[in-house]
Design a protein around this ligand. Sequence first.
Ligand SMILES: Cc1cc2nc3c(=O)[nH]c(=O)nc-3n(C[C@H](O)[C@H](O)[C@H](O)COP(=O)(O)OP(=O)(O)OC[C@H]3O[C@@H](n4cnc5c(N)ncnc54)[C@H](O)[C@@H]3O)c2cc1C
Length: 226
Amino acid sequence: MRSRLAEIDATRYAKTRNALTGAVTQLSPYFRHGILTEQDLLAYLNQATDADQATRLIQQLTWRSYFHQVHAAQPEHIWQDAEPYKTGWQAHDYDPTLPDDIAQGQTGIRLIDQLIRSLLKQGYLHNRGRLYLAAYVVHWRRVAWQAGARWFLQHLLDGDIASNNYSWQWVASTFSNKPYIFNLENARTFAGDALDCEHASNACFEATYDQLQAKLFPYQARGTKP
Ligand SMILES: Cc1cc2nc3c(=O)[nH]c(=O)nc-3n(C[C@H](O)[C@H](O)[C@H](O)COP(=O)(O)OP(=O)(O)OC[C@H]3O[C@@H](n4cnc5c(N)ncnc54)[C@H](O)[C@@H]3O)c2cc1C
């Protein structure tokens, strides 16, 4: 484990972590399976790096602790919407079942199918890839976050019910103030060469945020569907 920790570059992490090709640690499966604890990583960073350099990584690690604390406080709520959707749609408007084309990575949308293939083959996705996939499932396909969260837990090597379910709810807007969406420009900025972001195979994401908002959430402004 020490050699794995020695590979961490906290400075590059802070600068590049948002990019799909950024210097993220990929330590999550070790946390998930108890090979590494948050205290181990903090102790390592404390002795191996400058405190300022490690700030961003420590902040990200805090999300894990936070989701675990929320889950520990109310474990019986882990599959329930923490709050209503802020999309103008209600919970019953969302499909409770994950469509087969998503489960099999055959949506026909190139960047989404590439992310699904990584999930199925490697059991790992960069955080931004998880955000894109979750946003597509919940907002473009209007599938309930619970169906997507269950699917992720079946395939992720770091599948962790607290981080996973509350992250899905954050995207869905049942654990945040607004739905998370992205457009093709965002994917081109952060995916680099890691995903095929050509217009022709990803046309549903080629729009401004205002256009997407109007298309995906037509009743959002009035609160709910008439
Ligand atoms: C829809 C969705 C589902 C997710 N499901 C899981 C899951 O099942 N298990 C899981 O561990 N994480 C999950 N995450 C959080 C995050 O994507 C992963 O922890 C991170 O991508 C793991 O890669 P890494 O170890 O390279 O992270 P790094 O960026 O290197 O971060 C170091 C560690 O900090 C913690 N961490 C970093 N970012 C987050 C975050 N946003 N939320 C919680 N912890 C974080 C992780 O323990 C991670 O290993 C999910 C995020 C989303 C958007």
